[in-house]
Design a protein. Structure first.
Lengths: 301, 163
């Protein structure tokens, strides 16, 4: 399969809650001259924390349907969400490696005239940009180098389980930090950098306040480090860290006011798009200091 | 409640919990363990002693599936895969948190765990995107296909069970 031909898998939270990330991604993909289309007719990946926890056959069949649509188009799937990546990549690997599971899944898919053949790969935009372009190449394409101090949140399912992902060290990874720095920004280390945002595993949906306790801990560590923004590559982490700040404000009067950006929104800024074009203004957290710093950076260049 | 041998069920999915030496690296690494009552070491212990109480224990649903325990386990036990498996047994035997039942019904009705709403449609238009994305939200025939698959998997029956 040609890694240059991709279908963009949107998932649920990006198109249905944070469309700014969808817009930013599409602007960046065009800027990088990547051959992409929207994956038509896709559904939920399905969300691994909940549906994989409930029933394996359903998880594999719904994932199998999404994958089979992209197989028909002869395009690898590009995900922009750690959850979609984890769910589709794990399902794809299981289906490719087990004739039994593949046959069971295809029994369900047959009813809608689809078949999973096992011919494509599932990609995540961060590992895709790192492996197919690399930080130096990205850096050369940047038009407005940013001078932000960034707290990077990798998110769990981008890199784990490591046996499936093959992206190196999960305790102290660096590849995503390199992509942050390719925009001109600095990626600052902070305690518990690799810790979960709290949302995964169905915890946000069923035990909302418990998830928020984990988020609060993470945000407090980031706040202490003194950064301009948080950058992630997963809308579920994005939502937890962004709307989580609003909830912590309402419940406990804690105002972190740390802007949260998906990596494609950061890269979009470095390509010269405005915060409004990238939907950064549609976040819960509004922070004028961040926008002023951006304005200064752009004006100086 | 139907009988199921948890350690055997787990072994079938490649999770050999009998290798566990109860060292506690898993619970020491657990972000949920810091904030909640979840003790992943105890869950594993209960599973290998076939203690069925874990199927109805709320702690089972406090795992965010962050995989830190699994990555660090000195015995290489696929702990999170084990959690997934124990959860599917719990759901099969009728235990499901009410919010999880709700999100399952959203999938059954809309094909999405988080469906589109009016506020987001407006945001999409503001960004110059089509008000509906190119997903099942826009294509009813594709949504029908998703519903056919969910029915074929008997997902509707599974999540309609009463606790």
């Amino acid at each position: 399969m040609n890694p240059d031909k991709l279908s963009l898998f949107l998932g649920c939270i990006i198109p249905n809650r944070y469309p700014g990330i969808e817009k930013a991604t599409k602007l960046c993909l065009d800027k990088l001259e990547i051959d992409w289309i929207d994956l038509p007719n896709a559904s939920c990946c399905p969300a691994p924390g909940v549906f994989r926890s409930f029933d394996r056959s359903t998880w594999l069949a719904i994932a199998g349907r999404n994958i089979s649509i992209s197989e028909e188009l002869e395009r690898d799937i590009l995900t922009i969400c750690n959850g979609c990546y984890g769910s589709l990549a794990d399902a794809n690997n299981k289906l490719k490696n087990s004739e039994k599971l593949k046959e069971e899944t295809n029994q369900h898919l047959k009813q809608i005239n689809k078949e999973l053949r096992g011919t494509i790969k599932i990609r995540h935009i961060i590992e895709y940009l790192y492996r197919e372009f690399g930080p130096e190449d990205i850096n050369e394409r940047v038009e407005y180098p940013l001078n932000f101090n960034v707290a990077l949140h990798y998110g769990c399912h981008l890199i784990k389980p490591s046996g499936e992902r093959n992206l190196g060290n999960v305790e102290r990874p660096e590849f995503f930090d390199e992509l942050i720095e390719s925009t001109g920004a600095s990626s600052l280390d902070y305690p518990d950098k690799m810790e979960c945002c709290g949302a995964g595993g169905g915890v946000r949906s069923a035990l909302h306040d418990k998830a928020l306790d984990i988020t609060n801990h993470k945000l407090s560590q980031i706040k202490n480090r003194g950064v301009d923004c948080i950058v992630n590559a997963c809308p579920f982490c994005h939502m937890q860290l962004d709307s989580g700040q609003a909830e912590l404000g309402e419940k406990f009067g804690i105002d972190y006011e740390i802007p949260v950006l998906h990596y494609t929104q950061l890269l979009g800024l470095a390509f010269g798009y405005t915060p409004a074009e990238l939907g950064i203004n549609l976040n819960y957290v509004k922070n004028q200091t961040f926008l002023d710093k951006l304005e200064e950076t752009i004006t100086e260049q | 409640m139907p009988e199921s041998d948890l350690s055997e069920e787990l072994k079938k999915t490649g999770v050999d919990i009998l290798k566990c030496m109860q060292c506690g690296v898993c619970s020491g690494s657990c972000p949920s363990g810091r904030q909640m009552s979840l003790n992943i070491r105890k869950i594993i212990k209960k599973a290998y002693t076939n203690d069925k109480n874990i199927l109805t224990d709320k702690d089972l649903w406090m795992c965010t599936t962050c995989y830190t325990c699994q990555e660090r386990c000195p015995r290489g036990i696929k702990i999170v895969d084990g959690i997934y498996k124990i959860r599917t047994v719990a759901v099969r035997e009728g235990t499901m948190l009410s919010e999880h039942r709700k999100v399952s019904h959203l999938l059954l009705e809309t094909g999405h765990a988080v469906p589109i709403n009016e506020e987001t449609k407006q945001k999409r238009e503001q960004l110059g995107l089509d008000s509906l994305p190119e997903t099942v939200s826009k294509h009813p025939k594709a949504l029908d296909d998703v519903k056919i698959i969910l029915k074929s998997c008997k997902f509707d029956e599974l999540v309609s069970k009463k606790e």
